[in-house]
Structure formats: structure tokens, C-alpha cells
Design a protein around this ligand. Structure first.
Ligand SMILES: Cc1ncc(C[n+]2csc(CCOP(=O)(O)OP(=O)(O)O)c2C)c(N)n1
Ligand code: SF4
Length: 281
């Protein structure tokens, strides 16, 4: 397989220079490196500029409602836990409308990758402030500047119980690729926050802004305390890398019902629907 094999015939409609291009490149290259089977790998997106990626990527995919890709991905994983399921979500999608799903998916340690395209903006709807926009961020919804501090997705993931937490930058594709590869191989909830500049609406968090501030972390922490300290921005520097990785049973691995085979492979022939529903009459 080559990068081209993971591309559909649809030409990307992202704006020229959009940070989504680097993220997409890293994802395709990672799929090549891992020889990912397009039929067994599923990309689930919400609604936003990030969600367009599904149209350009030739693997199984589903684009759901804004804020809801995580519950859809959980459903797919429960139906067939042998599939590799990757959630592609925006900072608005994942942390605004879908914030509760994110917290509980981390806590339950579902075996999913959650790839957050963090451009600190609701870009598809023309750049309103999102939960990750910084204090003072000016937009159509915050003309006098945002009055609330930004949410840190990696910090929230660590506090919520995710077993793999990382942050990459779409301007550094090889580094992001390393993170993605480790996240896909991880068994449990793997969060990859990607700093992804929106070159049209976010004039604060630009490629240059990140290039001047990012600092690479040498290796993951095995304890959450160290990882939390490592992921916090300090002295104006923004850390990137894998902050935390821990082995812990995933939610799916704890279910006796799917231990032998996935739900979709189980027969309905001996299933007594009347007996089951009869208990509730
Ligand atoms: C249930 C619902 N609420 C709101 C919207 C409107 N809406 C569509 S995309 C979007 C913002 C997307 O922002 P983000 O998730 O950060 O993605 P980006 O466009 O920045 O990639 C909003 C609010 C919608 N389509 N559906
Ligand atoms: S509006 Fe921003 S995030 Fe959306 S495609 Fe254009 S540059 Fe990318």
C-alpha cells in the first residue's frame, strides 16, 4: 500500500495552507506504515472542517452529527471490536457539544483513538470561539475578546482516565506520525490532540506561533502526576509528544459476551426474543 491507496478521488476542499493537510498526511503515512486494512479500519467524524477528511480518505468511514462521533465509534467497536476505530473530531465537536462523551469515553477506556483537530475555533461555521480558544480571542461570537480561559484537551484526558495521552503539531508531520503509530497500537483510549492552525479564522494560533513555542518531550510518563506536569504549558513553551501511556484492560476486553467472537459474528438463530422481552411484561 502507498499513500495514494488511502486517497479517494475527491479533491480536498480545505483552504490552501490549512493545518488539516499535515494531519491528513500523517494519518495516511501511518496507515501505510502499519499496513492498515482499509476494510478493517474505520474513521468516524463529527461535523466540521475536520470531518471533511472522511471524504478524502479511502477507508471505512462514517460522518455523524456534530458532537457525536464518540458514541457512534463506541457503537461500532461494541458491534465488532476487531475493527480499528479512529475518531476524527474538532475541538468544538469533541469538547463543546461532545464534551460529556469525551470525558466518559476516557473514563471507560474504550479501545479507540480520538484524534482531535485542535484549531481553537469553530471553523466550518466561520470561526466562532471554541472551548480551546484563548482568553481574549476575538471572533464573531466574541467581538470584544473571549472572557473565559481555554480548556486544555490533553489535561482533561489525563484527569478523565485515558490511558494514552499525547499532543502533536500538524506542522511536524514525521513527529505526528510517530505519535499516531503508537496511539493506534495502544489498546485502550488513546487521545491525540493535534495543534492544527486554521489559516482563515484563527489569527492567533498560527504555524509561526506554534513553531516558536513548541518543545518536544523525550519520553512518556508512567505516572499521571508526572504526565500532568509535563503537558502543562510552562514559560510560554507548549509541550508536544506522548505524555502518558499505561497498560490497563479496555472496556471491550472486560465484556464476557464478546470474548469469543464479535457481536456481528454471533448467531441470532437460538436467540429467544420473547423470553428476553417477557421479563419486562
Ligand atoms: C447539533 C449541531 N449543532 C451545531 C451545528 C453547527 N456546527 C456545524 S460545524 C460546527 C463547528 C465545528 O467546529 P469544530 O468541531 O471545532 O470543527 P472545525 O470546523 O473547526 O474543524 C457547528 C457549531 C450542527 N451542525 N449540529
Ligand atoms: S476554514 Fe480553517 S480549518 Fe476550515 S478548511 Fe479553511 S483553514 Fe482549514
Amino acid at each position: 500500500m502507498t499513500v495514494k491507496d488511502y486517497e479517494t478521488k475527491v479533491t480536498p476542499n480545505w483552504c490552501p495552507g490549512c493545518g488539516n493537510f499535515g494531519l491528513w498526511q500523517a494519518l495516511k503515512q501511518t496507515l501505510v506504515d502499519l499496513r492498515a486494512d482499509p476494510g478493517e479500519t474505520v474513521l468516524v467524524a463529527g461535523i466540521g472542517c475536520h470531518g471533511h477528511m472522511n471524504n478524502f480518505t479511502k477507508i471505512s468511514s462514517f460522518e455523524g452529527l456534530h458532537g457525536r462521533p464518540i458514541p457512534i465509534a463506541v457503537g461500532i467497536k461494541l458491534a465488532n471490536h476487531r475493527l480499528q476505530v479512529i475518531v476524527s473530531t474538532g475541538d468544538g465537536d469533541c469538547l463543546g457539544e461532545g464534551g460529556n462523551h469525551f470525558v466518559h469515553a476516557c473514563r471507560r477506556n474504550h479501545d479507540l483513538v480520538v484524534l482531535i483537530h485542535n484549531n481553537s475555533s469553530y471553523s466550518l461555521t466561520t470561526g466562532q470561539a471554541s472551548p480551546t480558544s484563548s482568553l481574549g480571542y476575538q471572533s464573531k461570537s466574541t467581538p470584544e475578546g473571549k472572557k473565559v480561559e481555554a480548556l486544555d484537551p490533553a489535561l482533561l484526558a489525563l484527569a478523565s482516565g485515558a490511558t494514552f495521552v499525547s499532543r502533536g503539531f500538524s506542522g511536524d508531520v514525521p513527529h505526528l506520525q510517530e505519535i499516531l503509530k503508537a496511539a493506534i497500537k495502544h489498546r485502550g483510549l488513546a487521545v491525540v490532540e493535534v495543534l492544527q492552525p486554521c489559516v482563515v479564522f484563527n489569527k492567533d494560533q498560527t504555524f509561526d506561533y506554534y513553531r516558536q513555542r513548541i518543545k518536544k518531550l523525550a519520553r512518556p510518563y508512567l505516572k499521571r502526576g508526572g504526565a500532568i506536569r509535563a503537558c502543562l504549558a510552562k514559560n510560554g513553551r507548549i509541550p508536544i509528544g506522548i505524555f502518558y501511556q499505561q497498560k490497563k484492560p479496555s472496556f471491550e476486553s472486560r465484556l464476557d459476551q464478546i470474548r469469543k467472537k464479535p457481536l456481528v459474528r454471533q448467531s441470532l438463530r437460538n436467540f429467544d426474543w420473547d423470553k428476553l422481552t417477557g421479563e419486562f411484561y
